[in-house]
Design a protein around this ligand. Structure first.
Ligand code: UDP
Length: 329
């Protein structure tokens, strides 16, 4: 079975991919500095606690493990923080990715799967958004992801055999349906998690950031996708590259959206708890609508999402929140 090096495998999306790879029998090595990830989240393979800034360790790990492919999840991901501290984002997301790519080149590893984001589109002209929309990010986080995508394209065009699949995630949510892993970030900013924590009483109220958007109910619309369907897309991308597929950039979303108000109503329904919700000003940098055109990934990868159901997404996230609390994770 192929050997896969997973950076950020102890984090939210990375750990779900590690679980799926492990179940399929892949030989996995997670490389993670555990700055936001957790040792308990790595259910398969070995975990090396190290930083991508530490090129010496990275080189050593590559030489010993000899991976066939790299999946790169390790990154800083909080948009408002990226606005306050752009240098942190360029260092973690761009410079550290360069370290990784340089070591891959040194040791001759050619296959790369990259965690990109719908944030590369900024405020798109077309909805649903096709991959052909220009890269026009409106925050430093999106800039770093777009920068890495450009580097990857240049590297493929250099003719040294390097190949990648860049997956542009829309709003990843939910948790492992078996309840073993899930989102465990110290200060969550995401809507579904914040709503669940408000239901649990961890926050006194939930704020709706903006009610005057040009959408049916005035709140932002997003394409929420279950983390296990995202994980499945990674597995297909991996098999595609290992089978000799060419470099690709693909949206990962369901192609439909829900407003902030619809999400809140569904959280209330799933939890059975009626928590306090207040209207607040817009959050800077939020586009009104982000919905994926997913025809490319469906056609090219025959990707068949299993969990396109907002209630199910929220149920798995709620189940995980309760388990995390119970087990003090
Ligand atoms: N949002 C909100 N209240 C919150 C958190 C988020 O109204 O406490 C809104 C946010 O402004 C955006 C949507 O919910 O319109 C999704 O935000 P999230 O941070 O989950 O994901 P993003 O789309 O920013 O990646």
């Amino acid at each position: 079975m192929a050997k896969i090096l997973v950076t950020g495998g102890a984090g939210y999306i990375g750990s779900h991919v590690v679980k799926l790879l492990g179940e399929k029998g892949y030989d996995i090595l997670t490389y993670d500095n555990l700055s936001t990830g957790h040792e308990w989240a790595v259910l398969y393979g070995k975990l090396i606690k190290a930083d991508l800034a530490d090129k010496e360790t990275l080189r050593k790990v590559f030489k010993e493990f000899k991976p066939d492919a790299v999946m790169h999840f390790a990154a800083s991901i909080v948009v408002p923080e990226s606005v306050r501290d752009p240098l942190k984002y360029y260092r973690n997301n761009v410079v550290n990715t360069l370290n990784l790519l340089e070591v891959m080149e040194e040791v001759g590893v050619k296959n790369f799967i990259f965690s990109s984001s719908a944030a590369v589109y900024g405020v798109p002209e077309k909805i649903p958004i096709p991959e052909t929309e220009p890269l026009n990010p409106i925050n430093p986080y999106g800039e770093t992801k777009a920068t890495v995508e450009r580097i990857l394209r240049n590297l493929t065009n250099s003719g040294n055999g390097f190949k990648y699949v860049s997956l542009r995630y829309f709003n990843v949510a939910g948790a492992d349906p078996e309840g073993k892993i899930g989102f465990a970030y110290p200060e969550p900013t995401h809507l579904i998690i914040r709503a669940l924590k408000t239901a649990k009483g961890e926050f006194e109220k939930l704020e709706i950031y903006g009610t005057d958007y040009p959408t049916p109910d005035g709140t932002c619309v997003r394409d929420y996708i279950h983390v296990m369907d995202i994980a499945e897309a990674h597995l297909i991308a991996l098999e595609y590259l290992l089978d000799g597929g060419e470099s690709e950039v693909l949206n990962c979303g369901y192609g439909r959206g829900f407003s902030v108000r619809e999400v809140i109503e569904t959280v209330k329904k799933v939890t059975g708890i009626n928590f306090k919700v207040v209207e607040a000003p817009r959050r800077p940098g939020d586009p009104a609508v982000l919905i994926a055109d997913n025809s490319k990934i469906k056609k090219k990868f025959s990707w068949k999402p299993k969990y396109d159901n907002l209630e199910f997404i929220i149920k798995t996230a709620w189940n995980w929140e309760c388990i995390k609390n119970r087990d003090n994770l």
